[in-house]
Design a protein around this ligand. Sequence first.
Ligand code: 13P
Length: 248
Amino acid sequence: MAQKIVAGNWKMNHDLEQSLQLTEELNAKQLDEDVRVIIFPPALFVQPMSALKEGDFELGVQNFSQNTDGAYTGEISISQVESVGGTVGLIGHSERRAYHAESSELLKSKVDHAVANNFDFIFCCGEPLSVRESGGELAFVKKQLQESLFHLTANQIDGGVIAYEPVWAIGTGVTASVEQAEDMHKNIRSWLVEVYGTAVANNISILYGGSCKPSNAKELFSCPNVDGGLIGGASLKATDFSAIIQSY
Ligand code: 13P
């Protein structure tokens, strides 16, 4: 069974004081035990948040290096993340692909590095508006997965997490309809079945991301192939974020 997950990607928002305040607010919330909750704050704040954290949620990073250590100015390694309490990382968010020129090849090396280090990750995929408008979204997303993720063995991918985030729905207020989300998620599941078989495919969590908020989370999460959400803007307020978690 795929694990239910609700994750919050803060992107480049909040300073230290706001991050600590939100941690305290989340500490005070009764989070659903059946749902794995992960916060991805700016990497700087993983350590102080980890020190303050009491609630049942994990902390992760929005990006990490494909290298172990050494002369890579500005980069952060998996062992450094783990040393401050981070347990999981995002790979291939569309903003990293678009603004930081992260290629499929680079993302594949991050996937391999995470697997080699036993470090949990959420692999992000999703098509831009032009691709959706031309009807090429299934081929586009399938290619992203084939190029950077589907080289893993069944053992390596088992229990993994994929986030489908249509670029046109990110930060725009436009959410994919329930039909659009379920259609893509169903296809991702069927590709996983083709490559890895049903048991492994059913064990992989497929999250939806893109303008997910308290008002639409319930219907998105009720889709058979949606196993949770990767939330941007609505994760910046503890009340909204916990309302989304409670939508399950
Ligand atoms: P929004 O929820 O702000 O649309 O962002 C989604 C996202 O990119 C999460 O990674």
